[in-house]
Design a protein around this ligand. Structure first.
Ligand code: HEM
Length: 510
């Protein structure tokens, strides 16, 4: 028998607790009437539409409704009073928050509490000195040429000997429908585990079970994101205190992650880490605290797994609807890499300008992280004149920004890689107009690694397979979570292009 089986015994406690809450609630209303009239009883059109969920009549996704509101706002900034959230798609505001007044817009305590059990003191969940230390260390490591070429070797091994082999095994089978999103999630999990730990979870192949680590990781990130959706943090805090429901499951998932992460760290130490090239071994030579090491590695996996899978899924959705772009990528590859050769070096990728443009353009329309929030430390005024009170959540919204006429022109909803090219050469935009990798002082440290992974997968699959959607789809629906995920996956059929053979089997890397 567990605590939940006796929950009825707790009912008097809940009733008593409820009365106390109501009492305090009225005291707070009495003390801060102005604050509460805004927060709870705001009846402006936006708040009313939000509270009644009536936006769902016109939009599939919350991010599409926000994009519509932001497009129609003269300042490109809106305020959802009931959420205490200012949302902006104005590049000047984004630069101000992420660079000019960086210190005034940290991640803040509300989020670090929500994600604290899962991410601990990992880079995604800290500010100040703890962040500065990890940022310096991680950028030194991730920017090294040696780690990039090590990552390139791993990613290409994974592509040629796992991804391509798996897709070849299902290609051409008439009734075989594949969820490409699930395939990419498994691929990116294997790749980032190998790069971060030097560990192979062996889960690429839908008949293979997803590793226990990956399943617990998914659950922990989903349940942590759900905490953020609770009406008040008190709800999850009480459930955590009593070890009930989702909080009990979250605790169990985190326990599995902790046990497995600990085993990996011990194993690495026993094997000797000084000669290994994976990230964990590199961090181990500077950090001695095993809990801290666990937190650092968990954050890197979170950073590098779902983001890459999300970017690949939307890229292949767009290509399925734009065969002209697919052909242009194939033509460029024939020119830069000899027709029957696979990618052999990191350097070759640099010459694929059109491919780079297509990848950037795809993430403009479907950024893997659709929005990101900070918490204002001291009262402030944004460049567009928006007043921000201390403690307000301020969100910049890359998804909406990718759909702004003022930033991208009247063809902003079209998928046009050419907008990133000048004389055939890739030309990046101002990062504050395109904060897909964030921008300013806290910019993504794995950007180059991510681009290498995206381009390597794209080029290898497009030269070998025809990938066709099972049902036509132009505007996907997203599931709620930390990273953009299509709620129905990406159902495709795969056919091998004639004349392409599987690569000869290589012995797996240690
Ligand atoms: C398409 C793929 C990716 C996208 C779109 C992306 C985007 C982002 C964004 C928006 C942030 C800021 C998040 C925040 O502060 O809450 C971030 C941070 C970060 N990313 Fe990425 N990322 C990608 C892939 C990767 C990969 C593959 C790695 C590493 C292996 C990585 C490592 C990091 C790290 C370490 C940070 C924390 C930077 C800091 O706080 O100083 N990312 N990324």
């Amino acid at each position: 028998m567990e605590l939940e089986d006796y929950w009825f015994l707790l009912q008097p406690f809940y009733a008593f607790f409820g009365l106390i809450m109501i009492f305090f609630f009225f005291i707070i209303i009495f003390l801060f009437p102005g604050f509460f009239s805004n927060l709870l009883w705001c009846n402006c059109e936006i708040c009313h539409t939000y509270l009644t969920s009536s936006w769902t009549k016109d939009f599939d996704n919350l991010c599409d409704w926000y994009a519509y509101l932001l497009q129609n706002s003269p300042t490109k900034t809106i305020h959802i009073h009931v959420l205490g959230n200012i949302i902006t798609a104005n590049p000047d505001n984004v630069e101000y928050i992420l660079k000019t007044r960086f210190e005034n817009y940290p991640k803040g305590k509300p989020f670090s509490l929500i994600l604290g059990d899962f991410l601990g003191r990992g880079i995604f969940n800290v500010d100040g000195d703890l962040w500065r230390f990890q940022n310096t260390m991680a950028s030194l490591e991730l920017n090294k040429y040696s780690i990039r070429s090590y990552a390139f070797e791993i990613v290409n091994y994974e592509i040629q000997h796992r991804l391509v082999t798996f897709l070849s095994s299902v290609a051409g089978k008439e009734y075989e429908v594949l969820d490409l999103q699930e395939v990419f999630r498994r691929f990116s999990f294997e790749s980032i585990c190998k790069i971060s730990f030097g560990l192979d979870p062996m889960c690429l192949g839908l008949s293979l079970p997803m590793s226990e680590f990956a399943v617990s990781f998914d659950l922990a990130s989903k349940l942590s994101a759900q905490r953020a959706m609770a009406v008040s943090p008190l709800v999850w805090k009480i459930k955590r205190l009593l070890n009930l429901g989702t909080e009990k499951r979250l605790k169990q998932a985190i326990n599995v992650i902790n046990i497995l992460a600990k085993q990996v760290i011990i194993q690495r130490r026993e094997m000797g880490f000084s000669t290994h090239k994976d990230l964990l071994s590199r961090f181990m030579s500077t950090v001695n605290d095993d809990i801290y090491l666990r937190d650092i590695v968990i954050s890197v996996i979170l950073a590098g797994r779902d983001t890459v899978a999300s970017a690949l899924t939307s890229f292949f959705l767009l290509l399925a609807n734009h065969p002209d772009v697919e052909s242009a990528i194939q033509l460029e590859a024939e020119r830069v890499i000899s027709p029957n050769q696979e990618l052999t070096s990191f350097e070759q990728l640099k010459h694929l300008h059109y491919l780079q443009a297509a990848v950037y353009e795809s993430m403009r329309l479907y950024p893997p992280i659709q929005f990101d929030s900070k918490f204002c430390q001291q009262d402030d005024v944004l460049p567009d004149g928006t007043v921000v009170k201390k403690g307000t959540r301020v969100t910049y919204h890359p998804y909406a920004m990718g759909r702004m006429k003022e930033i991208w022109g009247s063809d902003c909803l079209e998928f046009k890689p050419e907008r990133w090219l000048k004389g055939g050469v890739f030309y990046p935009e101002n990062p504050f107009k395109y904060p897909v990798f964030q921008a300013g002082l806290r910019v993504c440290l794995g950007k180059e690694m991510a681009l290498m992974e995206l381009k390597s997968v794209a080029i290898s699959l497009l030269r070998r397979f025809h990938i066709q959607l099972v049902t036509p789809c132009c505007s996907p629906q997203f599931s709620p979570g930390l990273t953009a995920t299509f709620s129905c996956g990406l159902q495709v059929k795969v056919r091998e292009i004639k004349g392409k053979q599987n690569p000869p089997p290589l012995s797996p890397q240690s």
